[in-house]
Design a protein. Structure first.
Length: 262
């Protein structure tokens, strides 16, 4: 049996406001094929992930498509159950008064905060508490979002993304702004999810946040895929220096990579 691709972008044109970001952009990702999207600021990584989360749409054109899990017009709430999302945009837009538990449970309503008119069932609250416990952040259950540190907020948002137990996760720079301890815990959680065969699409310009379990790397520069392949072949001095247009030196240790000025 063959599964539809998680993401199948063919020849897409994408605008943000009046600016054309992608012109004839193509990329596909199989289910189970966790991939890191790397590129400098403004390269188009978040734009790519927003196509997948349907926050952005391509220009309609006969010779182009964006299919998600085989569907050109996926039903949004079905998509939210199958694909979890964590991004800085989501974090910034969040309702500040919501508690940690509220943040997590809001994933069931696809809202950015819980409001009075949404009925929350006891079983939903139980599920929310379970997710907080799985992430080791039960202590944040009653804390308002605005009183949390960046890392605590990020971990609650990961809980929100996980409440449906989705098969796939979109992570846009998950560890930016996190301290070493928070990064460590976050990476550990992500590695566990990868070991449970979830597909993770990770956009970053920090190569140290690519877990060893992610094998495929795609380089994006100025709205174009400039290279695509196995991590060991891609994360080299030569390729990284070309991508960031700087002399760089890459080292590897226990499956994690580091980059330094050469
Ligand atoms: N709302 C917007 N209107 C116009 N242009 C935008 C808008 N948002 C982003 N862009 C432009 O789209 C391009 C791609 O941005 P994108 O956010 O996808 O980059 P990125 O690779 O995620 O960068 P970063 O590493 O800084 O997060 C950039 O040139 C950016 O200036
Ligand atoms: Mg971005």
């Amino acid at each position: 049996m063959s599964y539809p691709k998680l993401l199948d972008i063919h020849n897409a044109t994408v605008y943000r406001d009046t600016k054309k970001i992608f012109d004839g952009f193509s990329l596909s990702v199989e289910q189970g094929q966790s991939t890191a999207i790397i590129g400098p600021n403004g390269a188009g990584k978040s734009t790519l992930l927003k196509l997948l989360s349907r926050e952005l749409y391509p220009v309609v054109n006969d010779d182009s498509h964006v299919k998600i899990l085989g569907m050109e017009r996926p039903v949004l709430w079905e998509l939210r159950e199958k694909i979890g999302l964590v991004s800085a945009d989501l974090q910034q837009g969040f309702v500040p008064e919501v508690s940690g538990l509220g943040v997590v449970v809001s994933g069931l309503h696809n809202s950015i905060g819980l409001f009075h008119y949404q009925d929350v069932t006891e079983s939903q609250v139980d599920r929310g508490r379970q997710v907080l416990a799985d992430l080791g952040i039960e202590n944040l259950a009653n804390r308002p979002f605005r009183q949390m540190s960046t890392g605590q907020q990020r971990r609650c948002l990961l809980g929100r993304a996980l409440i449906h137990n989705p098969d796939h996760l979109i992570l846009d720079e998950p560890t930016s702004g996190l301290d070493l301890n928070a990064t460590y815990h976050y990476l550990n959680t992500i590695r566990q999810l990868l070991q449970q065969e979830k597909t993770i699409l990770l956009a970053t310009h920090h190569i140290h946040e690519i877990p060893p379990e992610i094998k495929r790397v795609v380089f994006i520069q100025s709205g174009e895929v400039v290279a695509d392949g196995n991590k060991e072949e891609m994360l080299t001095d030569r390729w990284m220096s070309q991508l960031f247009e700087l002399p760089l030196s890459v080292t590897e240790s226990n499956g994690f990579y580091q980059v330094l000025p050469a």
